[in-house]
Each structure stands twice: as structure tokens, then as C-alpha cells.
Design a protein around this ligand. Sequence first.
Ligand code: BGC
Ligand code: NOJ
Length: 799
Amino acid sequence: MTQFGHFDDAAREYVITRPDTPWPWINYLGTRDFFSLISNTAGGYCFCRDAKFRRILRYRYNGVPMDAGGRYFYIKDGDTVWNPGWKPCKTPLDTYECRHGMGYTRIVGEKAGLRAEVLFFVPPDARCEIHRVKLTNTGKTPKRFQLWSFVEWCLWNASTDMENFQRNLSTGEVEIEPDALYHKTEYRERRDHYAFYGVNRPYDGFDTDRETFMGMYNGFEAPQQVLSGTSGNTVAHGWSPIASHRFDLELAPGASDELIFVLGYVKNPQEAKFTAPGVINKAQARKMLQAYGTPAGADIAFATLKSYWDDILSRFSVASAVPELDRTVNIWNQYQCMITFFFSRSASYFESGIGRGMGFRDSNQDLAGIVHLIPARARQRILDIAATQFPDGGCYHQYQPLTKRGNNDIGGGFNDDPLWLIFGTVAYIKETGDFGILHEKVPFDNKPGTEVSLLEHLKISFAHVTDNLGPHGLPLIGRADWNDCLNLNCFSDNPDESFQTTENKTEGSKAESLMIAGLFVAEGKDFAELLAHPAVAADPKYVAKVRSAVAAMEKAVKAHGWDGEWFLRAYGYYGDKIGSNENEEGKIFIESQGWCTMARIGADEGLCDKALDAAVKHLECEHGLVLNAPAYTRYIKDYGEISSYPQGYKENAGIFCHNNPWVIIGEAMAGRADDVWRHYCKITPAFTKDQSLRKVEPYVFCQMVAGRDAARPGEGKNSWLTGTAAWTWKCVSEFILGIKPQYDGLLIEPCIPVAYGTYKVHRRFRDAEYDLTIRCTGKPGASHFIPYIPGHHTLDIEL
Ligand code: BGC
Ligand code: NOJ
């Protein structure tokens, strides 16, 4: 089995040892406003705040070869041209290594006695990428060589950049200065922002016109100027502006040289846009160039970045007998939760950054992965999300990060959405004890003057379900529930319609969701507990109403949602069963087994155990639990997008990793430790062996792994931005290791096979710090409550 890399846990890095990974293996840079995607060959792009509206570098998603565009350094040593990251020239290197770390990527290439090391990072709170290039002559003779930098500007709006060429090819404008090449396209009119690519030493040549640099018919792998050892010193007028600097260098044997590039973004106040007619105000860019353009400045910025992540990752750590578990918990899962929180589902190598914005349900679930890490930002996110709700409790399915406004193109109508606000808020308050957030005033649909408290928003979220019940007393599904490919009111036979937004029938629909029913019971119980807490002390009559709505739903599920051996998935438009043994295909679905067992519906009557057994029997395969079985083998108009996917992919019987933890948590609540562990190991990348088969990054979870019906079961897709990150985190931290934040302390309630059941956990919780040694002896249901008391506590807990 070919290995493409390995973990370096001490450095919190993944080390890629050959560049031709089965798919680009990427990392993310940035922590607040300025974000970058960077592959192991330095491909990718960056943007400020919004991947669609403020795209800085151009990137070609459908490019051939894959991963076209990035920050490329070209080295010409004699007649050989090579890149430290191998691509795009693909000249074989003597040495190659890429280390993806926490918020930085370091790529090292060596060829014929010349070593180039490039460190890429975004300093915390800065709006720039730093490219720190160190060149070393490792040979015995002096070296004369040339170095070119290269980036290609996107004309800001990543969407129109790909389509409106009649305009785009005429708008490009640049300014050339000794310290930087400035991209000021559209700055003359409404924009108040520009980008620049600067370097901390005078360059020997430059280009800003792509055709001159590349040659009209050459690709990234053979730029004309590099091949001829020159620069065109061009000033771009329209067409496709780029930025490239050239340096003619010389190094004695053993000597090193360093250049620091800064690729930045600046927004100016409207009244201070220009310093002279047509000349952009460069003060902020110069400040950045000065701050980072010295080795000392870059060192400080990098150290700040390091300590940012050290602090983040010092809040929860485990020391167990299983290295794969430790590296997942201590490093990569938490890192992925942060990245997913920052980006929602907007920009990855599977999400183009122009479509999805921030999902209402997605962002709420993401909170569960980061409330313990960046609680202040979680708080803000909750308020932003709640502000996109409508007065009837429904909400925009997505909102745009730049404007924080709901996205009209997709609208609302996904009936699970409102409940996730309760989920996110409960997770936040349990972690922080900040009940005060409930009194924050939040508008509807961002309209000033409509503000009510967050608590009111939660109430109307809850009521949105009880106001929309179907014939069986189960929640109407609306456009779709969590599985937004189960489109029961869509009935589309027009390929030009979006499954996500089309409802050809809604009036009179009987389509009900057992997934929402389970979610409602689980979140309803949490909501009642929150309301009854002395810090909230809600009206007892209202609390009783919540409890009785929950009880009624449990009753409805038991009466109409149980199929004999498992929970039904839904009722269709006509009231037909979905996810039933009566169906030919799609007899059983994972979501309702997960949610109804997490809600413990019918646990006393043995329904949860039966449903979990059925999940194991019908859904489990070598790489995890598939979403449904049997897979749909043809398009069924009544079900929609789910049946549009070939068998084994995505929502049609793929291993949709996001929902595996639902069943695993259900298993943990039922005390089934061996099942818990087996399912967890199957979806956790640190345990996967065959890197070629898995294809995507071995250090992060994917949304989907091809299921047993697929051509290549086990092949991963849609890595990085997925609710899997937060859910696996919740699953491992709260239900496997058993550290459950409660309003007034921590409940220790693990579910792990005894063989791995002795471990240490370091946990910061509000103003307390716990060093716990936990020894599980296998007693069913054993738990231990630690009341919250500020200070440092060392505890040895035998369960
Ligand atoms: C995908 C879903 C996704 C939806 C919304 C569908 O094609 O299969 O996973 O949530 O699109 O973008
Ligand atoms: C991905 C989406 O981001 C999420 O909102 C949805 O629930 C799942 N796909 C399942 O369809």
C-alpha cells in the first residue's frame, strides 16, 4: 500500500512525503477575516471574509490537471526549471516534503544542491498571507539561479469572474511600486478595497500581464518569461492581471538567503481611497509590509499564530493507550471543527465558495465543535444565525457571511432548521454558563425594530414544529429535513429544476419526518431542562407545555413511527411509508435510528436496542454505516434527489459520516461500548489504512465515504467542511470519553471498551481546569458528577 505521508503528533503536523497524492491534500490558513486554502503543492486561493464576493486569487475548479492556480515559485537553475512544491512544472525533485500544521503549511523542495523552503501562513487577525522563502545552497559549488513569484488575481466576485468576460477582460488595473504589485481592479468606482503582492527587497523584474508572463499558449508549467530567464516588466491593462517578481540570485556553498512575500488585502475608508487622482492609498499595505517584511517581524507573527493554536488546543486533551484516538482528539478533530466553523460549507476543494454561504442548520451544528474553544465567537454566531429567522419560527436556510443576510435564492422551508437553534444555544450555555445570552435582543430577518429576546426565538423555533404537524401528529417535513435530498414535495421531472428549492406540490402534503420527530424529542427535553433551570426560571406552565408536547411526540412516534424492527424514516406526500420493511428499496434509514435512539424514544420497551441492532444488521459495512439500505437503483420522482445519486454515493447509501455519530451516540446511551468503538474507528481517518483508496486527506473527516454498493467502497469525498467534524467531536468527547458539560458542572459518563478504558483527560471548563484520570471498569451506566468550582482540580475517577 503506497503511503503518501504520516502524522507528526509532537509538531501537530501531517507530513506529506510525496507530492503526487491521490487528490490534492489541503490545509486552511487564517483565523478571522482572511482565509486561504492551500494544497500540498501550493495550489489554492485566498479571500477576505467572503469566498464569493471578496476572492483574491483566481482558482479553476474544473481545471485539468486538477488544482490549477495558487502561489507558485519558479526556480531556474541552469536549464532546469522547478517548483519547491513540485507543481506546476512537475520537475522531479531530489527531496519533497509538505507539512500541514495548525494554520500554516511548510513546503520544502530540493533539486541539484539547491533547497527551497516556503512557509505559508496568515498571522492571526491580519489580512494577508506570508510566504517566507528560504533558499540554501546545499552543494559544494556556488549557485547562480533565478526565482519568480507568481499569483493570478481574481476579479473579486468569484462567480462573475468565471462568466462575464465581455466586461472582465477590460476592467483589470494595477499599480507598480518598488515594494509591491498592486491589484486595484474596480477600485476607481465603487470598491474601496485592493490587493497587493509585496516583497521585502528590490526585485530584478516583474510582470502583471498574464499573457506576457505565460506566453499566449503556455500553461502554468511553462511560463515563457521563466523559460527565457526574463521578465516582461509589464503593466496590465485589462485582460488577466497577475503579480510576479523576479530575483537573480547567487549563493555560496552552504549559504542561505531569505525573501519574505506578503500577499495582502486592504479596505480603505471611502474618503481616504486615493492619495492623488487615480493613485490608491497604500498606507495600510505599507504597514503590513513593514510589520511582516523582516525576519524578526515574520518570526513574531508566526509565534503569535503558534500560541493562538497552542491556547486553543490546550483546552481539551486526552492521553490514552490508543495513539490514533489521541491524535484525533487532541489535534485534528478540534482543528477541523474550527475550520468548519470559520467556513461553514462555503469553500473547500468540493465547495466552490460561490454557492452555499452559511447554512442555518450547518452553522448551528458546527457550534458543538467549538463552544469550548472560542465561546465568544460562538455567542456572536448564535445571534447572527437567530437574526435570520422569520417571525413564524421558520428561517432562511442559508445566509451570506459578508452581509449576514438570509439568502433569497434558497429561501426557507426546511422544517428541521429551527430546532438546530435550540441545539446550538444549549451547547453554548452548557459550556459557558452564559444564560445571559437568552436575554439578548435579536431581530427577525435582520429587520430593525423587530427585536425579541433570544429565548423568544427558541420558543418560536420549538413552536414551529408543533404548529406544523401532519396527519400522524409527526412533524411535517417541509422542503426537506436534515437529509435535504429526500425531497418529498418536489416531484421533479424537469432536469433544470433544483431539488433544493422546487416544490411542485406542498398543499395537502402529508409528508412527515421521523428524523425531525426524534430531533424534536431530544431537543425538546434539553429545552425543558434549560427553561426549568433556576437561572432561567421560565413560567412553569410553559415548561409543562413543552414537556407535554415532547411526550405527545414520543407517543406519536411509538404509534406511527415504529416499523416493527426499526424506526420509519418518513411518510411521503400521499402518506405512504418511507424507510419501511414494506418498501422494496430504502427499507431502513440511518437518520431516524440515530435521532430516535438519541431521544431514547421507547427505550423502556426495547425499541432503541432493536433499532440499533437493525442499524448494525442492515447498514453497517466495512467502512461505516451507510445512509439507507437497500440503495435506490432508479430515480423515484416521489423521493427526489436521494434517488438521483448512483448507488453507494452521497445520500443514496453512501456512508454519510455526519450521521454515523448519531447512531454511535445512540449506542453509547444504550451502553453498547463495543458497537460504539467499532463504528467510531471505521469513520475516523486516523484509523484508515489504505490512503490510495481513501484518496482524500487522511487527517480530516469527510462528509461521505463511498458505501458498499459503490464501485470503490471506502473512497472518501467532500473532506473538511462537514458537520461530521462537530458531531464526531461531540461523540468522542462527550459520549466515548464521557466528558459532558452540564449547566452546573461536568458529568463523567464514558462508553468505551474496558481495554481502552483507562485514560487521562485535561479539560478547561469556564474558570476551572480539571486533570482527570478515568478508569472504566465496565459497570453499565456508571457516571460521576463534578460540580463546577473555579480553580484547578486533580481527580481520579473509577467508574
Ligand atoms: C447534496 C447535499 C447538500 C445539498 C445542498 C445536494 O446535492 O447531496 O449533501 O446538502 O446538495 O447543497
Ligand atoms: C450537506 C448539507 O450541508 C447538510 O445541511 C445536509 O443536512 C446534508 N448534506 C445531508 O443531506
